[in-house]
Design a protein around this ligand. Structure first.
Ligand code: AMP
Ligand code: MG
Length: 338
């Protein structure tokens, strides 16, 4: 038996099907790309509404859609953009009613941790969640996943996206900045903004745009921006590790696909004897498989929602979520899959 998971917190409309061994049986996604500027929530939601019939069709054509083998329908309940979340939730409710399967609400941030935890075989990692809209350090403490630190303004991915567009690129900007950085090596002095466990990127964005406008070569700028922003992330991650005494790190979010960030995290953790793991890019970025997997943990531990009582929660905090499968599990995966 498997769970079907639906993801629509922001840019990505995605469906994943995952079984009890955390095997990803299917994963199809369609990413909304704004014509110009940042994400427009209503336009993104319209994109998702149009994308889902085609995604379901693709699954059916690939021979991967077998309702009789699906045990439940999980969906991203929050946090995220209201119109986008509602579109995904509607699809999930329809499938739940049509196929008579339980509906399972899933917190998006928790899903990033759980997919990394099962793929790595780690017990109790600290998560650096670096995505478009979110940048957080999250860990399990006192019975819940807690946000130990986060961005005070924009997410690191949004920062990279905005800068890349100013530099003549298109969304998504993160991979472009990573590519351009290979052309440069000079390290510019840019604003480095860490406040305790929190970070901020708006000052760095202003300074980087100004540097671009004053003619700094794009390779040097991209290199400097990555080194500065990722050093900030490594600093708060290291502080989190030190305070909590944890010995495992996982990365999540689309920015975790970045090779420079991965290498910097490896370099930071190695002398501490800490292990680090990042899922493959398709499972780092927003995806339906992580929702399906977390939905399975939730369902097997008695967490479902009635269709009439399944509101989306755009501002849901990670620490509002009951993590029953870690506190007093009724069901746990047979063994971690390394
Ligand atoms: P997510 O919000 O988790 O779906 O991830 C999307 C974000 O990840 C966007 O802001 C992308 O620019 C960013 N991203 C994707 N690949 C990379 C990369 N290789 N380096 C840096 N950022 C990336
Ligand atoms: Mg995400």
């Amino acid at each position: 038996m498997a769970i079907l998971g639906i993801e629509t917190t922001a840019h990505t409309a995605s469906i994943g099907i995952v079984d009890e061994q955390a095997r990803v049986l299917a994963l199809v996604s369609d990413v909304y790309k704004p014509a110009a500027g940042g994400i427009h929530p209503r336009e993104a939601a319209n994109h998702h509404a149009e994308a889902f019939p085609a995604l379901l069709e693709r699954l059916a054509q690939e021979g991967k859609l077998h309702p009789s083998e699906i045990e439940g329908i999980a969906f991203s309940q929050g946090p995220g953009l209201g119109p986008c979340l509602r579109t995904g939730a509607t699809v999930a409710r329809v499938l739940s009613l049509a196929w008579k399967k339980p509906l399972i609400p899933v917190n998006h941030c928790v899903a990033h941790i759980e997919i990394a935890r099962i793929l790595s075989g780690m017990e109790d990692p600290i998560l650096l969640y670096a995505s478009g809209g979110n940048t957080q350090v999250v860990a399990f403490a006192h019975g819940r996943y807690r946000v130990l630190g986060e961005t005070l303004d924009i997410g690191v991915g949004n920062f990279l996206d905005k800068l890349a567009i100013e530099m003549g690129g298109t969304f998504p900007g993160g991979p472009l900045i990573e590519k351009w950085a290979l052309e440069g090596s000079r390290l510019l002095d840019l604003p480095y903004s860490v406040h305790g466990m929190d970070v901020s990127f708006s000052g760095l964005l202003t300074a980087a745009v100004a540097a671009h406008n004053s003619g700094v070569p794009r390779g040097d700028l991209a290199h400097s921006v990555q080194m500065t922003a990722f050093s900030m992330l490594c600093e708060v991650l290291e502080r989190g590790l030190a305070h909590l005494g944890k010995s495992e790190v996982v990365l999540g979010g689309g920015v975790a696909a970045n090779k420079v960030l991965r290498a910097m995290v490896e370099k930071m953790v190695a002398p501490r004897g800490v292990r680090a793991f990042a899922p493959p890019p398709s499972l780092c970025t927003d995806n339906g498989a992580m929702i399906a997997w977390t939905g399975l943990l939730a369902l097997r531990n008695g967490i479902t929602a009635e269709v009439e009582q399944s509101p989306v929660l755009p501002k849901e905090r990670t620490d509002q979520v009951e993590v029953r499968w870690r506190l007093s599990p009724r069901w746990a995966p047979q063994k971690p899959i390394p």
